[in-house]
Design a protein around this ligand. Structure first.
Ligand SMILES: Cc1cc2nc3c(=O)[nH]c(=O)nc-3n(C[C@H](O)[C@H](O)[C@H](O)COP(=O)(O)OP(=O)(O)OC[C@H]3O[C@@H](n4cnc5c(N)ncnc54)[C@H](O)[C@@H]3O)c2cc1C
Length: 424
């Protein structure tokens, strides 16, 4: 006798949480904590079995540290993920250490950034979310559907299949978001101008109370110290140079060479070791468009990726978590939240996106034209050190900044006459 094809052996269990968050990266973990602290019923679905180093954000600018404080997560980052406060920005030009910039002098309310291992931060946030009672499905896959117009997610894990019928689905599943695709959203990368690479090195012996940025002809190295004399090196170079380093025998060694050769002689000794992967990524911003929705909202990279060579991604993610959780907690009008949140995100994302584009050419281009542009920018900062407000973006974030053509010309010193700019 043939087997019946539609026999229901084990009807799926169904549950109706307030919120289902897809993805337990920094965005998903942080949001789960904040919502659980207010008694909201949260299910968190993560596909990976364990987090690994994917070369991601490990420098949190002062405005991101402020966002962490406002979310009540700053102490957790310090105690559970060993985040290191960075009070100073130390630059090196022509192999000379410049006078370090002390954030607190200009921004007493945003006195430091943080250096943190990304995996340690993900683990700390997920552990705290679980401790507060978020239901974690991991490793698990999710398939998206609708029933009677409402979201219906089927979560498959070692425990079997579970149907979730949440009031709200949050897509925190990164730049290739499956939640976004299901909701009909699209992501269109801007053209890449250069590449950013990352390597993880132990034993450089750098001061850990500051970030280090060393410039050379054609790019710069940005170094973010973490606990235990480990540091993340980010190398910003043209795309052809990145490809050439990527295929070389020892890419991590090339990162260290670039850094060492841009520092005062003898700053770095020979006894360092590579303790993670080394790889490059295009610098492109990835803006996202999302159709109107009453029950699906996107946060973090799923809702737009900022140029990683600007280092705003984590700060932007914490900002998203605060704006979204404030909207959810302030009143019980959840169906209006996705559209209101996405409209807010589009505005502040656009400011960071345009600012990143203003910075692209002078990051890695070389030659007389770009030397002139750098001279204009330097002269413009002598006249207006605030750069029309944009000089504060790493300390206070995008709030209050408007990206007009006038602002761009002023930022780049293109509004100065040649004689004022001292260029031919
Ligand atoms: C090279 C590089 C350097 C960077 N440097 C910095 C920096 O110095 N400072 C900074 O602030 N930012 C930096 N960023 C950006 C920063 O890393 C990101 O903005 C941030 O990690 C985004 O977090 P997220 O949680 O939104 O996404 P992700 O970190 O991508 O997390 C998404 C999570 O969702 C899970 N997931 C995905 N799909 C599914 C699915 N279908 N089902 C279930 N789970 C799923 C993934 O496993 C993952 O855990 C950098 C980025 C890059 C690429």
């Amino acid at each position: 006798m043939p087997e019946p094809t539609s026999r229901i052996v084990n009807p799926l269990a169904t549950t109706t949480p307030d919120v289902a968050i897809v993805g337990a990266g920094v965005a998903g973990g942080a949001l789960a904590i904040v919502l659980r602290q207010r008694g909201i019923d949260v299910h968190l679905i993560e596909r990976s079995n364990s987090f690994r180093d994917r070369i991601r954000g490990e420098t949190i600018h002062p405005w991101g540290a402020t966002e962490l404080r406002r979310l009540g997560l700053y102490d957790l980052a310090i105690t559970q993920a060993e985040a290191q406060p960075q009070y100073l920005w130390q630059t090196y030009r022509a192999r000379e250490a410049q006078t370090p910039y002390h954030w607190a002098d200009d921004f007493p309310d945003a006195p430091n950034g943080l250096g943190v291992n990304h995996v340690a931060l993900q683990n700390a946030l997920l552990g705290e979310a679980a401790r507060l009672g978020a239901v974690i499905h991991r490793p698990a896959t999710v398939s998206f559907n609708r029933k009677g117009g409402q979201p219906l997610l089927t979560v498959t894990s070692a425990a079997g299949d579970l149907r979730l019928e949440p009031r709200l689905v949050v897509g925190a599943d990164g730049q290739n978001s499956a939640t976004r695709a299901w909701a009909g959203g699209t992501a269109r990368p801007d053209p890449a101008h250069h590449h950013l690479g990352g390597a993880l090195i132990r034993g450089l012996g750098l001061q850990s109370d500051r970030i280090h940025q060393a410039f050379f002809d054609g790019g710069f190295v940005f170094v973010s110290p973490q606990a235990d004399d480990v540091a993340r090196l980010y190398l910003v170079v043209s795309s052809p140079t990145a490809m050439e380093i990527q295929v070389s025998a020892e890419p991590a060694g090339r990162f260290v060479e670039y850094f060492r050769d841009a520092l005062p002689e003898g700053t770095i000794g020979p006894c360092w070791e590579s303790v993670g992967p080394a790889g490059f990524f295009p610098n492109a911003n990835v803006p996202v468009s999302i159709p109107s929705s009453r029950d699906v909202v996107l946060i973090g990279d799923a809702s737009g990726r900022n140029d990683p060579s600007q280092g705003h991604g984590l700060s932007l993610t914490f900002h998203d978590v605060r704006i979204l959780s404030d909207m959810l907690l302030e009143r019980d009008d959840w169906p209006s939240v996705p559209d209101r949140f996405h409209a807010a995100k589009r505005r502040y994302f656009e400011t960071l996106r345009q600012h990143a584009r203003w910075n692209e050419r002078q990051a890695t281009d070389t030659g007389p034209e770009i030397d002139d542009l750098r001279a204009r920018i330097a002269r413009s900062r002598e006249i207006d050190p605030t750069a029309g407000g944009f000089a504060a973006i790493f300390a206070t974030g995008p709030a209050g900044l408007e990206v007009t053509e006038e602002a761009r010309l002023h930022y780049l010193g293109l509004d100065l006459t040649d004689d004022v700019a001292n260029v031919a």
